[in-house]
Design a protein around this ligand. Structure first.
Ligand code: 5AD
Ligand code: SF4
Length: 487
């Protein structure tokens, strides 16, 4: 009997240990395996406060989110007040010289803080870090560390001094696009979701392939998992990011039922509950295939809004830029899109004053503008970037002439944008309310699915909701309206 009791006790202990061990193992596995394992705020271990300032594109904004999340997880305190920060990280852009000058100027201004706070650190990360590398230490001796976009996952170590203070070039493991978990803002309802990194094109003017390297695609399942995580945490709108987002999968992922990997991904995301809107940027005209146009027609969550960078309306300049399409192709895409999705909002990027751009070339761009009627355009004056093919050409269109061309296109786009916005007067549109507008506590801002910004007087409860708004006012780039009925 006593023996039986001993046996029972041993068995009970064994099972209790087994259960505790299994639970512990499961917990550790979850900690280790989940890509979002840092979603809970960690205990603050370090006394340093970090501030990150972001320049440039949406990719950089997403990278900055990853940086903040990584540093918080390694015990740094984050601050959105630059004045009280002990570490200021400038996440920089190199696309135009002006962007680099601005960030360098800022680093010079920050250097003065070292006099009063000897522990103060300045870091340059992102594209300018990759582009200028070691030169940055010479340009500003107060810079403490320089980390390129492919090595941002090494940042916490670098700040701590556990490694070189210059981290550029290709690492063995490239910084993962999903980063180190996500820290979503209070009431955040829209989020960027990076699906790939790098670019395999070699547009003659562009520094990005040098700074961000060749294309790398995230597995489709990982992207879908991250979208599910975002949806479960209040996100209603996702914007897929990639340098050429519609080249997702490249030749490495197969076509299925005649659909490109990018469209397959859109279909998976469209099926997710809670996600109500899907956007993407930026696509390349070269990859703007018919299945994507059809997806705009068939996938209800895919927003009727496309940012399609065309760069020029002159076939001669497009060829010189090594952009493999013609103005005819642009007109064809626009026509197909508009017949598939009436009211689709189309915006673009243009470079004026590319080397050798004649008045006739520029007129071609103006006439393409007139034909397409973009509802928004970002116009850039050509800026030679060392290390790109066009940097060897003579930058022969003077600053004055670049400015003149810039103004002409700006004027055109203001007209077409007003025309586009005016069409909404008196109509009721669905708006995802994102937050407080700058102009007052009781005014909220949000976006229509075709990417028009709308101001409305409404309560905070509407943030994160798609609400009907009757449009009763418009300006060049903005609409205003009144909440309809019960809202
Ligand atoms: N000069 C001017 N604009 C440029 N862009 C890219 N490189 C340059 C350059 N060297 C513009 C392109 C691109 C946008 C992000 O920046 O229009 O689409
Ligand atoms: Fe630069 Fe051209 Fe790649 Fe766009 S497609 S990132 S412009 S090289």
């Amino acid at each position: 009997m006593e023996h039986g009791y001993e046996l029972l006790k041993a068995c009970t202990n064994f099972f209790a240990d087994f259960i505790i061990f299994s639970l512990l193992a499961l917990y550790l596995c979850r900690l280790h395996l989940s890509p979002y394992r840092f979603k809970k705020d960690p205990v603050v271990k370090k006394s340093l406060k970090v501030f990150v300032k972001t320049y440039g594109c949406q990719m950089n904004e997403r990278d900055s989110e990853m940086i903040l999340s990584q540093l918080q997880c390694t015990g740094y305190e984050l601050t959105d007040n630059e004045k009280i920060a002990d570490v200021v990280i400038l996440n920089t852009c190199s696309v135009r010289e002006q962007a680099e000058i601005k960030a360098l100027g800022k680093s010079g201004y920050l250097a003065r803080k070292k006099r009063t706070n000897p522990n103060f650190k300045i870091g340059i990360v992102g594209c300018m870090a990759e582009n200028l590398g070691e030169k940055l230490f010479k340009l500003n001796g107060a810079i403490d560390f320089v980390v390129g976009p492919k090595r941002l996952h090494e940042l916490a170590n670098v700040i701590e001094g556990n490694g070189p203070n210059l981290c550029i070039g290709d690492p063995e493991v490239r910084c993962p696009t999903h980063g180190f978990g996500r820290k979503l803002g209070k009431n955040q309802c829209s989020a960027f979701l990076s699906i790939m990194q790098g670019c395999n094109m070699r547009c003659s003017y562009c520094i990005v392939p040098k700074t961000r390297g060749i294309e790398q695609y995230r597995p489709m399942q990982d992207i879908v998992e991250e979208a599910k995580f975002l949806a479960e945490n209040g996100i209603r709108e996702i914007t897929l990011l990639g340098q050429i987002v519609n080249n997702y999968g490249g030749r490495l992922m197969p076509m299925v039922d005649g659909k490109t990997p990018f469209v397959q991904l859109l279909e998976h995301l469209n099926a997710l509950p809670w996600i109500e809107r899907i956007r993407y940027m930026s696509p390349h005209p070269k990859n703007f295939s018919d299945d994507l146009i059809l997806a705009h027609k068939n996938l209800p969550k895919l927003c009727p809004s496309v940012h399609l960078p065309i760069q020029s309306g002159s076939d001669r300049i497009l060829a010189a830029m090594k952009r493999p399409y013609t103005r005819e192709k642009i007109l064809e895409i626009v026509e197909k899109l508009r017949s598939a999705v009436p009211d689709v909002g189309i915006s673009t990027d243009i470079i004026v004053g590319y080397p050798g751009e004649t008045e006739e070339d520029f007129e071609e761009t103006v006439s393409l503008f007139d034909a397409v009627k973009f509802n928004m355009a970002f116009i850039f004056k050509y800026s030679p970037r060392a290390g790109t093919k066009s940097a060897d050409l003579i930058d022969n269109v003077g600053d004055g002439e670049k400015e003149r061309r810039n103004q002409i296109l700006l004027q055109r786009v203001q007209e077409t944008s007003s025309y586009y916005h005016r069409k909404f007067l008196g109509k009721t549109v669905e708006v995802l309310i994102e937050g407080h507008a700058k102009r007052g506590e009781d005014t909220m801002f949000g976006w229509t699915s075709n990417h028009c910004k709308v101001l409305v007087k409404a309560s905070e409860n509407n943030i994160g909701r798609i609400v009907p708004i009757r449009i009763d006012g418009f300006a060049t780039t903005i609409l205003s309206g009144t909440l309809v009925d019960s809202y």
